[in-house]
Design a protein around this ligand. Structure first.
Ligand SMILES: NCc1[nH]cc(CCC(=O)O)c1CC(=O)O
Length: 318
């Protein structure tokens, strides 16, 4: 264990209070304590994103809602760190904050959850599937144009309860969240990442601190998982290059091939006309640095624009 004597402790982690957010913050607390020898505590907070559960997130200010209050607590010195699901972290962090580590990713894929059907293919014609993610809507429509897709908001427990109450034939959730909460048994099928390309950063945790945190930042950076860091930087660069808004149905997922190269799959759908064909691209490159990862992401974004993506990006969700 390295010596971190110059770091003021306890380190306080600001966290949302959903079960998933608490699990993730506790996981990071344990790693700080066990691997870095840093006494660590949690500070639970309710964010606006948690309070607004009746409207689609993309219409009320976007993913940043889950992140901002935690930054306010860090700004005020009440906390030194925030733990985020990386896919909820805006592409540009506010001045003064930095992502210092990205932990090894859990299963990045989406999961098919149903009490009656074993997979998407088994759903009857016209079945009702719950999701509020534009990315999932456009890809579900591409796979099964007959499905009726209905909004589904709330934290994981809420979404599962709405399924169990009979409101939907099936729902689609991130496999990572279900597995972290010990709910992996609810997964009836996992979508192949080529068919249902995950969101940028899905399944990975991002550790955010104040950019001026000095030795704490250096210590925490040692927890970062470089293959995940590079893959998610490529994914996030696609989104950043295309405007970074969560009202755009964009998917970006990078994997490492056996030959050591990174392969990046991207898809862009039309938010106003989900039946429009998905624009897709697949690129690969040898990637050893953050800059190279981001360059691959920007190249993928250019391919989507070259394929007609500008009109898709201008579309507003209905
Ligand atoms: N958008 C909410 C959200 N943010 C992170 C996860 C799951 C865990 C992860 O991707 O790390 C979820 C739930 C879901 O999409 O089903």
């Amino acid at each position: 264990m390295q010596s971190n004597a110059s770091i003021a402790t306890p380190v306080v982690i600001a966290t949302r209070e959903s079960r998933l957010a608490l699990w993730q913050a506790e996981h990071v607390r344990d790693r700080l304590q066990q691997e870095l020898g840093l006494p660590t505590e949690l500070l639970g907070m309710t964010t606006r994103g948690d309070q607004i559960l009746d409207r689609s997130l993309s219409k009320v200010g976007g993913k940043g809602l889950f992140v901002k209050e935690l930054e306010v607590a860090m700004e005020a010195g009440q906390a030194q760190m925030a733990v985020h699901s990386l896919k909820d972290v805006p592409m540009e962090l506010p001045e003064g904050f930095a992502l210092v580590a990205i932990l090894e990713r859990e299963d990045p894929r989406d999961a098919f959850v149903s009490n009656r059907y074993a997979s998407l293919a088994e759903l009857p014609q016209g079945a009702c599937v719950g999701t509020s993610s534009l990315r999932r809507v456009v890809q579900l429509k591409a796979l099964r144009p007959d499905l009726r897709i209905e909004p589904l908001r709330g934290n994981l427990d809420t979404r599962l309860r709405k399924l169990d109450e009979g409101g939907y034939d099936a729902i689609v959730l991130a496999a990572a969240g279900l597995k972290r909460l010990g709910l992996g048994a609810r997964i009836r099928a996992t979508f192949a990442a080529e068919d249902m390309i995950p969101a940028a950063g899905q399944g990975a945790l991002g550790l955010e601190i104040r950019a001026d945190a000095g030795p704490l930042g250096q210590a925490v950076a040692t927890l970062s998982h470089q293959p995940t860091w590079l893959a998610t930087h490529a994914e996030r660069a696609v989104s950043r290059a295309l405007g970074g808004s969560c009202s755009v149905p964009l998917a970006a997922h990078a994997v490492w091939l056996d030959d050591g190269r990174m392969q990046l799959d991207v898809a862009l759908g039309h938010a106003a006309q989900p039946a429009q064909p998905l624009l897709k691209a697949r690129l690969s490159a040898s990637v050893a640095t953050t800059e190279a990862a981001e360059a691959l992401g920007r190249e993928a974004a250019e391919r989507l624009v070259a394929a007609g993506g500008a009109a898709y990006l201008a579309a507003q969700p209905v």
